[in-house]
Ligand binder design. Structure first.
Ligand code: 13P
Length: 278
């Protein structure tokens, strides 16, 4: 399947495609096995940091090996900001690119995003643009939402029309990371944008959002939902738990197997949240 077709398919079926970040091959394989077992598909994603840690060529090799072995995964660059990393990801054959120009002026964001769309479209690579600031980071946060700047619908409408991005990340109430305060989505922002332009949306900061909010987002046209923090937590807790119970064990396969089982549970829960249950 072409990655761009993913969005139409999800939109028509009132589903969303989950995107899961990974920092190592064991987690990528766990994600791939879980979505395959559930008969679904997903994006496996790396931020610039997760990509550079593993090295871009290794990340691509992991994704290609999974795809060639029949796992339904697409490789996504998450929050790519620098031109170098975007160029590298395109050349290496990423399926989807998220260009995060949210630190730029709207004008500059439009110009840079348009250039990326022009390069990616003929190659069948999906481009995600971003308008508004989605705060926080994929860690345990105290008040992550406070650094967000909600998307102004008029800016998003102009951005989507001029750039022709495949999907659009908006800031509408979620933030990266897990905070104690509940996150409430402001769906009216998406509804206003959709009155003027037919662009599918991306929900960042999926960790911690309850099923009710996810469902509201999907009904408003969200086709991709990003999850990272809860996978990180599960993996780390798995490592700690295993070593607490088996302090003499130094065999990575034993330790990682335990951590990956915890990740599998989170992936399964999030996939089920993204599939329309009606
Ligand atoms: P969480 O870390 O809140 O799950 O968000 C992940 C994300 O949006 C990556 O872009």
């Amino acid at each position: 399947m072409n990655p761009v077709d993913l969005w139409n398919r999800a939109y028509l079926k009132k589903n969303a495609v989950p995107s899961f970040n990974f920092s190592g091959a064991d987690v990528a394989l766990t994600i791939a096995r879980t979505v395959k077992r559930l008969g679904y598909y997903c994006l496996i994603s790396t931020s610039e940091r997760e990509l550079n840690f593993q090295t871009p060529s290794l990340v691509v090799s992991i994704a290609k090996a999974l795809q060639e072995s029949g796992y339904p995964v697409f490789l996504n660059l998450d929050h790519g900001k620098s031109s170098e990393i975007i160029r590298r990801a395109i050349d290496l054959g990423f399926d989807c690119i998220h260009f995060d120009g949210s630190d730029l002026s709207l004008e500059e964001n439009i110009t840079r995003t348009k250039e990326i769309v022009e390069i990616c479209r003929p190659r069948g690579i999906s481009v995600e643009g971003e308008v508004g600031k989605i705060g926080g980071s994929s860690t345990l946060q105290d008040e992550s939402g406070k650094t967000s700047e909600l998307t102004k619908p008029e800016e998003a409408i102009r951005f989507a029309k001029e750039t022709q991005v495949d999907i659009l990340a908006c800031s509408f109430g979620s933030a990266h990371g897990l905070s104690k305060e509940p996150e409430i989505l402001d769906i009216s922002i998406l509804e206003e944008i959709r009155k003027h332009v037919d662009v599918p949306f991306v929900l960042h900061g999926g960790s911690g959002l309850p099923q009710t909010e996810i469902k509201k987002a999907i009904s408003a046209g969200v086709v991709k939902i990003n999850f990272n923090t809860e996978l990180r937590m599960a993996w780390t807790e798995g490592i700690k738990e295993y070593l607490n119970q088996n302090s003499q064990d130094i065999v990575p396969v034993n330790i990682l197997t335990h951590a990956d089982l915890k990740v599998e549970k989170v992936v399964e829960e999030k996939v089920r949240m993204c599939i329309n249950s009606e």
